[in-house]
Design a protein around this ligand. Structure first.
Ligand code: WT7
Length: 653
């Protein structure tokens, strides 16, 4: 197969940081250059110095990187530490009363939790886990609403060396069961329910269903009372959180583990097969979250940092439960949906809690953009100084809206490329130094050797020529393996180029300034008449049209062209009657042709009220491909947020 991924969409606007922001930032240009230089001159020494300075060690390490068993890499392996100690205990001397968590429930209840309180709650819960027989190395599945106790549960596992696996509360009983079984978990931590979208999410009910069918590894469930509605408790198996922690001691000596001890598993879907249990380490992982908090989020002591991700995703691990706490920060945790009681909720939270750094996903930005400027304009967003995005390339229109309407053209935007597997931000701007270009995640961070290579594994030096995004050298926060399937780890991430580089599975290009532009997943790349096109680029072009709110593009087999382009479009206005508007379709095709080139013109455009998304907001591309090719839907659509739109997508309504 020839890899000749052509890129035609060009975005040339450059947004340097404001002098104000730059003047107060933690890392200036000279400091950044010296970090790059050190990483270049002495890669291992660079990371060793960071590890010595940023982490509190129980036993210092001597070995920096062990590559004996590549592509299994061990970092700082003879050192000993504890993540919970690093996130909590080490702040007690000078920040015991500092607020660690500002929590707000969907119904408006709020709590401020100090470092001393979070430490106490974590110790008590860790003691409760120990009392139930949980030991170092045991797997504990966490299936919780987005409440502080979810973080307490994660920190408590880390404290005693148990390996947690958080399952997003929006996943079904079936998905929960599969993950419990794959991890061989002994314990489930859940809640009666949570509040989301004005409803109660029935977590315990789903957990009961999962537990009824899972294998016999699982012994006990601890259940937090969050909503207080009736749930059934199975005697001998289920224990209320309050009973489990009653009388538990406020102190719990951390279990010191070695650097490579698994901190957690987090399941993520691959392009094929069952979800992969991505296994992360202790020291290297935590280090990546800390360095990125400082470099990318310009962490400052008085920041109020709000990453809107749920702890069920890697973003909620690295930038809610671990990174911000490891640096002693104050985080906002919000339980509910952005639309309750109305679509101003995020902006109201920013105003009420004086959020300074706000980090969210492009899908959320686009959804909120659709609601109109008058909603955010009602709120005082002047506390915000830095904005971030993650999860997919942000289309320039949404970027501009985020920049102007939310950031008031004052705040840099950090577009952060990374993955569940990378543990922490990899390609992202250092905001006071690297000027942004809307839609680009800019440059690799110090100590991260990202590159774009061709099918043969050679670096692509021609600007804007697409290829495979790879990381040339191992880095501390990388995944260690896939739980229970090491062969799949090697095959998925290293096989393509003979174990020489980590293959991210994304296609990307670098522009003439060396900036990275993510073009989509490799399997989302279209081949139209021998030209490879990123689906994201066509989507971006469509969304640039004033009447288009959202678009998803997939390929469908075409006898003559190889692949034809099929676009699903959500308009800013009401959906055309019966889903047909030939004039608009012609206009959009012409529009895309103008933006990218005639080759990128969608062959089909179908209008729907919504795009099919998983609860986490990822567009279900495989489902769209199935529909586009006119095949029968056989895949499971139960995780669909909005199952009712299937008929529209199929052109049947
Ligand atoms: C995939 C990883 C890492 C947290 C959220 C998603 C895409 C992620 C960006 C970005 C363009 C991005 C990539 C990547 N992605 N961030 N800033 N620009 N694409 O985690 O579920 O592991 O997905 O998300 O395709 O491979 P994930």
């Amino acid at each position: 197969m020839t890899q000749n991924i052509d890129s035609t969409l060009q975005e040339n606007r450059l947004f340097p940081p404001s002098p104000d922001f730059a003047a107060n930032a933690q890392i200036n240009e000279a400091q950044l250059l010296s970090l790059y230089k050190q990483a270049e001159d002495d890669y291992e020494g660079f990371w060793a110095e960071r590890a010595r300075n940023e982490l509190a060690w129980h036993k210092p390490f001597n070995t920096i990187l062990n590559s004996d068993n590549a592509p299994h890499y061990h970092w700082f392996e003879d050192g000993e530490l504890n993540v919970s100690y690093n996130c909590l205990d080490r702040h007690l001397a000078d920040k015991a009363d500092k607020t660690a968590i500002i929590f707000e429930g969907e119904q408006g209840d709020t709590r401020h939790i100090s470092y001393a309180e979070l430490h106490r709650d974590t110790c008590r819960f860790a003691n409760a886990l120990k009392a139930e027989g949980i030991e170092k190395g045991d797997r504990v599945v966490i299936y919780m609403p987005m409440v502080p106790e979810a973080i307490v549960a994660m920190q408590a596992c880390a404290r005693i060396g148990a390996i947690h696996s958080v399952v997003f509360g929006g996943f079904s009983a079936e998905a929960l069961k599969d993950r419990i079984d794959d991890a061989g978990a002994r314990m489930l931590i859940t809640a009666d329910g949570g509040h989301r979208g004005g409803k109660i999410i029935e977590l315990k009910q789903a957990a009961d269903k999962a537990l009824a069918h899972c294998g016999d590894s699982l012994e006990k469930a601890i259940v937090l009372k969050r909503t207080g509605h009736d749930v059934t408790m199975q005697s001998g198996r289920d224990i209320w959180w309050s009973d489990a922690t009653e009388g538990a001691c406020d102190e719990c000596e951390p279990v010191w583990v070695d650097s490579e001890h698994p901190l957690f598993l987090l399941y993520t879907s691959g392009s094929t097969g069952k979800p992969k249990g991505i296994q992360h380490s202790t020291a290297g992982y935590l280090l990546g979250t800390i360095t990125s908090m400082k470099w990318v989020f310009d962490y400052q002591q008085d920041d109020i940092y709000w990453c809107t991700a749920d702890v069920g995703w890697i973003t909620g691990h690295s930038y809610v439960a671990y990174g911000p706490l490891a640096v002693g920060g104050t985080i906002v945790v919000y339980e509910g949906a952005p639309t309750v009681p109305d679509t101003g909720r995020f902006w109201k939270l920013c105003e009420d809690h004086k959020v300074t750094v706000f980090y969210t996903a492009p899908t959320a930005i686009r959804a909120l953009m659709k609601c109109g400027d008058e909603i955010p304009n009602k709120y005082d967003l002047s506390s915000i100084r830095l904005l971030g995005t993650v999860g997919e390339p942000i289309n320039p229109e949404a970027w501009m809206w985020y920049h102007e309407v939310i950031g008031k053209a004052r705040c840099p935007i950090v577009d952060t490329w990374w993955q569940t597997e990378t543990g922490a931000n990899m390609i992202a701007p250092v905001p006071a130094v690297v000027a942004a270009k809307p839609g680009s995640c800019t440059r690799a961070l110090p100590g991260i050797s990202a590159d774009v290579v061709d099918e043969a594994g050679n670096a692509i030096t021609t600007p804007d020529k697409g290829g495979f995004l790879v990381i040339r050298k191992p880095w501390p926060s990388m995944l260690r393996t896939i739980w229970g399937d090491d062969a799949r780890y090697i095959d998925t991430y290293w096989g393509k180029f003979d174990n020489r580089y980590y293959v991210a599975g994304d296609s990307a290009r670098r522009d003439k300034d060396g900036y990275f532009w993510i073009m989509g997943r490799i399997d989302d790349v279209l081949n139209v008449s021998g030209h490879r096109l990123g689906t994201m680029e066509v989507e971006s072009a469509l969304v640039a049209h004033p009447r288009v709110a959202e678009a998803a593009v997939v390929g469908r087999p075409d006898e003559i062209k190889g692949e034809a382009i099929f676009a699903y479009v959500v308009l800013r206005e009401a959906r055309p009657k019966g889903g047909i508007d030939e004039a608009l379709t012609a206009e959009l095709r012409g529009w895309v042709a103008e933006q990218i080139g005639p080759i990128a013109k969608p062959d089909n455009i179908r209008y729907s009220d919504n795009l099919p998304k998983t609860r986490s907001g990822k567009i279900m591309r495989r489902l769209l491909r199935t529909i586009a090719s006119g095949e029968e839907i056989t895949s499971d659509t139960s995780t669909l947020e909005n199952e009712a739109i299937l008929l529209q997508l199929q052109g049947k309504e």
